[in-house]
Design a protein around this ligand. Structure first.
Ligand code: GSH
Length: 285
């Protein structure tokens, strides 16, 4: 396989490469413009968008509310990452890494900023003692799979998804490399789910929420239009689990929060009370 590209001695950013995210990517971090983010009355203020990483948090908050945890009430404000909202000064003050999701817990004497979706799940699970087991032996399993997801999903999203779906030109080398790894991950999950009803054992947990947002959506054909290419139907245990989680009411509610694309019944760009979701979900026939 030959490459036409010879790296220069010192890399310089291209002004325009035509890729889907090229207009917002820069090699520097930090604030690009001054902004003031809105703030609602609820204990949690979420600044996010309904990508898989964003869905993890909205599903978790909806699961907590479904469990009767009223203290998990939240305002979900929309951050349009395609328009660079994540580089606004208020957002960067919450998450210097400029990536959604970012959560503020304003129920405490001093507001607490939490970023990294996996950490947000742990923070909420520990705060309310839900969807994470007390038993250290079981908790370790949940953490194993949650951290597995945080380390593995970038190969699926930033690797496979980027080169298979977003890249302006399709190149065999990166598509082969990341398809190989994605299929290895799918096989791993399929084997785990062949012997356990949920990813970390016998109970639904934050590990299921995190993994479903990526690999569940992928299995259900909602990510990268790649179900056929990846021969998803051959991962039968994964598919069965993905459908089972998809049936949960909190998952159906949470996955559409901060979403502004797709069908009318799956768009709740901002959520400030349960009614915001109720009235949209009600449109589904
Ligand atoms: N490891 C981070 C990843 C977050 C992330 O990659 N967020 C993406 C959307 S899924 C984002 O905000 N991208 C905007 C950008 O890169 O500028 C987490 O799990 O929270």
């Amino acid at each position: 396989m030959s490459s036409k590209y010879t790296p220069p001695s010192v890399w310089q950013p291209e002004t325009e490469n035509g890729g889907q995210w090229s207009s917002i990517n820069r090699p520097e971090s930090g604030t690009r413009h001054q902004t003031q983010l809105p703030k609602g009355p609820h204990p949690f203020q979420l600044y996010s968008m309904a990508t898989p990483n964003g869905q993890k948090v909205t599903i978790m908050l909806e699961e907590l509310l479904a469990l009767g945890v009223k203290e998990a009430e939240y305002d979900a404000h929309l951050i349009k990452i395609g328009e660079g909202d994540q580089f606004g000064s208020d957002f960067v003050a919450i998450n210097p890494n400029s990536k959604i999701p970012a959560l503020v817990d304003q129920s405490t004497s001093q507001a607490i900023n939490i970023f990294e979706s996996g950490h947000i799940l742990i923070y909420l699970a520990d705060k309310f003692n839900q969807l994470i087991p007390d038993d250290p032996m079981l908790r370790v399993q949940v953490m194993n799979w949650l951290f597995w997801l945080q380390g593995s999903a970038p190969y699926l999203g930033g690797g496979f998804g980027h080169f298979y779906s977003y890249a302006p030109e399709k190149h065999e080398y990166p598509i082969n490399r990341f398809t190989m790894e994605t299929k290895r991950q799918l096989d791993l999950l399929d084997k785990q789910l062949a012997i356990h009803p949920y990813i970390a054992g016998s109970s639904y947990s934050i590990a299921d929420i995190a993994i479903w947002a990526w690999y569940g959506n992928l299995a259900l054909g909602r990510l990268y239009d790649a179900a056929q290419f990846l021969d998803i139907s051959s991962y039968t245990h994964l598919l069965k689990w993905a459908k089972k989680i998809d049936q949960r009411e909190a998952v159906q509610r949470g996955r559409i929060v901060n979403r502004f694309w797709g069908e009318e019944w799956e768009q709740v760009p901002e959520r400030h009370s349960a009614i915001d979701i109720d009235k949209v979900i009600g449109l589904k026939r």
